[in-house]
Design a protein around this ligand. Structure first.
Ligand code: ATP
Ligand code: MG
Length: 598
């Protein structure tokens, strides 16, 4: 971890405050977790009691379901959990919540690990690795379910699904007891074992916790905790045909791992009473050790012009609205990395957005500004021409003695860091300039090239425009100009000729032909899926443009994932997938100015 505060608990009182920090500080001050034991890995009460004192002051977890790629919303949760663990002398587990056999794949597991690391976090801490898979707890979950049955706290319900739904009631109507609710322990136990042994069809029955069908909290009206589902699981294969429900599995996962603070998003607030009910019953039965984890909820992070739902992002990929999970327009961490966003800018945005008890919408410009602030002091400068037009300097041989002469030029690698040296390139008789730096009939206030006007070629000489060449269709094919002698930048008297415009350029003789991928927002609406709108109807048809341009020779051997600021154009990165030294490909990360705010 790159943060200088790592491991420094004395800084606790100076940390920016949020309600989660308040809770952890209160718990630590009250000694809630003093004397806690840890068995060196996940396990039941006996396992942890046989272990030594837990070296972690607190334990948190980031628990993604491996059913898609991580997105910017997950980055918020990752930075929050790993950050709290770091700041309070704790550990954060990376736990794959892989209890649902249907949609989970190894590809997603690998991509999630890679992205958590890329963001700068690590689950190896205090001498061991804390990478866990919830599916490794299936045996315990099954045993816990039998325990609930034995205690009269769970029953097998064979009502059809629609009857079960109708009998659950709603906010104003209490539920109705299932006709199967009064079964004996022995009957429930044998039925549940039959479920496990594959004697019943998928969906024909479920195991339910027996709590209170009249509870004002619908989640306590005998929630289903196990279902029958014949599906091959990515980790356990065909060992099981029954799978635990999320609401049952998640608290158990936390408790087995000795999590202290289980932080989730607001929509789980109504599940908290069941979370506590379940863990307390299992602790009473001696299956789980005290102190039990506690759940806390914070508001989701949403970004304007972005969708943060794995399911919806998967649809964009599957239906080829984008070119994969790592398409640079995607708000996935894989896409943002390819686009050129830096982990530190993403972490900064996550930290600055704090933790609150309401869902928040951040304007995308917040991330963009964090990104520019991060890049500006670091990245090298260079010149690029995105929409090229030749500029012919017609008096070149007269001024420099021969058409073959090349006039060397220099520019700083970074304007504020002279110690980083300079870039070399040269002027010649034909250069590439931006098409829109020339106007045959200049609009008011246009100071660049038009017949009769003088401009400076940045780091080069002053030229005076004499006209342009056109093809048969009347399209401009070249601009012509003459060099104004004795105006070379950095030479005595160079400033004697005053000009109002300075333009960027590259030499036709030494520039490197390149592909430049220019991205705009993926959606035309700030809240693409608000109010249940079909977000596909607001896809921006112009979210990607591919330009063929030129970059200065200092970039001829740039490696993949090299970031640079092209003067006047913004920040770019060489594409991590398609870039080759001889055939460069640049992605625009962001412009020089904010173009996201409304
Ligand atoms: P999705 O709907 O995209 O699948 P999820 O919440 O179902 O999101 P999980 O893989 O279950 O995805 O999420 C892992 C963790 O990330 C959870 O603790 C979840 O609360 C958190 N998380 C997901 N999206 C956001 C978000 N937009 N802001 C903050 N935390 C989030
Ligand atoms: Mg989920």
């Amino acid at each position: 971890m790159s943060d200088p505060k790592a491991g420094d608990h004395s800084a606790e009182s100076s940390l920016p405050s949020n309600f989660l920090r308040g809770i952890i500080e209160r718990d630590l001050a009250a000694g809630v977790y003093d004397g806690r034991r840890f068995g060196g890995g996940p396990g039941d009460a006996a396992h942890h009691e046989a272990g030594g004192a837990d070296p972690a002051r607190v334990r948190l977890r980031f628990p993604p379901e491996p059913n898609g790629y991580l997105h910017i919303g997950h980055a918020k949760s990752i930075c929050l959990n790993f950050g709290l663990a770091r700041d309070y002398g704790g550990v954060c587990h990376l736990r794959f919540d892989d209890t649902n056999p249907e949609k989970e794949e190894q590809e997603y597991v690998d991509a999630i690990e890679e992205m958590v690391r890329w963001l700068g976090w690590d689950w190896d801490a205090l001498g061991s690795s804390h990478l866990y898979f919830a599916s490794n707890y299936f045996d315990f979950m099954y045993r816990a379910a039998e325990h609930l049955i034995e205690q009269g706290l769970a029953y097998v319900d064979e009502q059809p699904a629609d009857a079960m739904r109708a009998n659950r009631g709603d906010f104003s109507t209490p539920g109705t007891n299932s006709p199967f609710r009064g079964r004996t322990v022995a009957e429930n136990l044998s039925r549940f074992r039959e479920m496990r042994d594959g004697q019943h069809a998928d969906g024909s029955m479920v195991l339910r916790a027996k709590i209170d069908m009249a509870s004002p909290n619908i989640n306590l009206r005998d929630p289903a905790i196990y279902r029958i589902r014949r599906a091959t699981h990515h980790n356990t294969g065909d060992a099981w045909c029954i799978y635990p429900m999320y609401t049952y599995a998640h608290p158990i996962e936390d408790a087995l791992e000795r999590i202290t603070h289980s932080i989730c998003t607001l929509e789980f607030a109504d599940q908290r009473p069941f979370y506590d009910w379940l863990l307390e019953r299992l602790a009473e039965g001696g299956l789980l050790a005290h102190p039990l984890p506690k759940q806390y909820e914070f508001g989701r992070l949403n970004l304007s012009y972005v969708i943060t739902s794995k399911r919806k992002l998967k649809q964009l990929v599957d239906e080829r609205h984008v070119e994969g999970w790592d398409d640079p327009r995607m708000p996935t961490l894989a896409g943002m990395r390819r686009r050129g966003y830096t982990p530190s800018a993403i972490r900064k945005m996550a930290d600055d957005s704090g933790a609150s008890k309401t869902n928040i919408w951040l304007d995308y410009s917040v991330l963009d500004i964090a990104q520019r602030d991060d890049l500006d002091p670091q990245v090298a400068r260079a010149m690029a021409v995105i929409d090229p037009l030749p500029l012919k300097l017609t008096n070149w041989p007269d001024v420099f003695g021969s058409a073959e002469h090349r006039e060397p030029c220099q520019a700083p690698v970074h304007p504020h860091h002279p110690e980083r040296g300079h870039r070399d390139f040269s002027l010649g008789p034909v250069l590439w300039i931006e098409r829109d730096d020339f106007a045959e009939a200049p609009p008011k206030g246009f100071f660049r090239l038009f017949p009769g006007n003088k401009v400076r070629l940045k780091y080069g000489v002053v030229v005076e425009c004499t006209g342009c060449e056109k093809d048969a269709a009347g399209r401009i094919t070249a601009v012509t100009a003459t060099v104004v002698p004795d105006t070379k930048s950095g030479t005595p008297g160079a400033d004697a000729v005053k000009v109002k415009g300075v333009i960027t350029w590259v030499g036709a003789h030494d520039a490197v032909a390149t592909e430049l991928r220019l991205f705009d927002r993926l959606f035309t609406e700030a809240q693409p899926d608000a109010g249940g709108r079909d977000y596909l109807t607001v896809l921006n048809p112009a979210s990607k443009r591919v330009a063929r341009g030129y970059v200065e020779p200092s970039l001829s051997s740039a490696e993949a994932e090299t970031r640079v600021q092209f003067e006047r154009h913004g920040y770019f990165i060489t594409d991590r997938v398609d870039h080759r030294a001889g055939a460069p490909v640049f992605n625009r990360i962001t412009g020089l100015k904010d173009n996201w705010a409304k």
